[in-house]
Unconditional design. Sequence first.
Length: 480
Amino acid sequence: MCGIVGFIGQEPIVYDLVLGLTALQHRGQDAAGIVTFDKMFHTKKGLGLVSNVFEQRHIDRLRGKVGIGHVRYTTHGSNELANAQPIATSYPFGIAMAHNGNITNFAEMNKVLYDEYHTLPTTTNDLELLLYAFASELKNKDLGNITPNDIFDCVEVTQRRVLGAYSALAIIANHGLLAFCDPNGIRPMVLGKLETENGTRYGFASETVCFDHLGYQLIRNLAPGEMVFIDNNNQVHSRIGYQLPQHFCVFEFIYFAREDSIIHKRLVAGQRVRMGRALARQVREMGLKPDIIIDVPTSGYFAASGLAEVLGIPHHRGLVKSNYIGRSFISPQQSEREAIVRRKLNPIANTIKGKKVAVVDDSIVRGTTSRRIVQILREAGATEVYFISSAPPIINPCIYGIDMSVTTELIAAQKTIEEIRDYIGADAVIYQTLEDLQQIFSSLSTCMACLSGKYPTANPEIALKLIEQERLEHKKVATP
Ligand code: 5GP
Ligand code: MG
């Protein structure tokens, strides 16, 4: 998963890009990159956090009134600088592109690019497929007189050929800033604007929090298959390209997006509270009487508060998270992951001691974190621990960019709930039911493939197989 931003205006745009990416840092911490354009492309990419990658000397040379940026969370390919985005090309036209998502027909697209367009990807980044498919179509247009409709026609052909989930941004050199979404609108993208003394500045971002921090006003979410082009004269052009029924990623609401973002008119925090409320029924049915409810910081917070509200049980902060330790999720070895959880989370023993504790997390993926958390709570003196997941059991790999791609790693695909309870060492385990989640999102058409196995794009089997192979090659996969 990744985060993207793009801005165009009448003034230098680099500060909006850097600050915008910082607001999206939760979407990816492996690498960050920015490309701007004045008379040429200016690029800076680096591994790590936005604040570490961009120094003043880079900011000074990222000149131009249009630019795009990316924060990367490696799910496909390896975490090397060569795979960082955006990627720029000068043939057949100056185009710089960045995307958030995952292409599922990459083997086929590699062949198409080679056979039909005589282009070869130079990295393992699937963005290149999108970029070269689009660039190769543009080659057929009158390159001296490209119109917004030409650009849209080329995007539409690309959308028909390239399968998967992608929200993409591109600088079209000397013309403007392009945004488009995959036909199912799986990944988020919003359009916003800022009125300045020098005219209107337009921006695109994965999430609205980016606009909040920059003072931009939200205009709207892009629709599935939608293409928007802001030209150099600040004219906004838009068209619906290849559009299929919407399947917005429900995991954005469960875990990925920031709580204060608004997606498709829904506040993420509000949806999490609703997920928490829906869990109360099962707690009662099982006859559990927790003394306190705590959350796993930070993504379990709002679900815990929703649950506490319905049950009338106090919600306390029982675990403190250090924000300065790396991701546990990507550590290749199970033992390493468990150790990192302990370095990341510390209990408030006074709160936990002698209590029956219901602990709410957003999800159980591999079970590593959950198991360690149960241990930590017991060591802190909890008399009973009930582990509650605001997501239903994750039983299918995600082929659209969320980092859960191997079935053998998914604990709920391997074990029954009773076996999971036993494995993580809890006194009870409760998962959200798929039906309750569907009810919560009944007014938004979502992708729940990781929970239901219903993949919205064609031929998911091919992608599942390839992604799994790739994953097993790149990582020493631990089984739960
Ligand atoms: P587990 O118990 O399966 O080892 O870990 C579950 C934890 O992983 C939850 O706390 C959840 O917040 C986190 N998580 C879920 N999905 C992702 C993801 O895609 N990336 C990262 N870094 N963490 C995730
Ligand atoms: Mg978590």
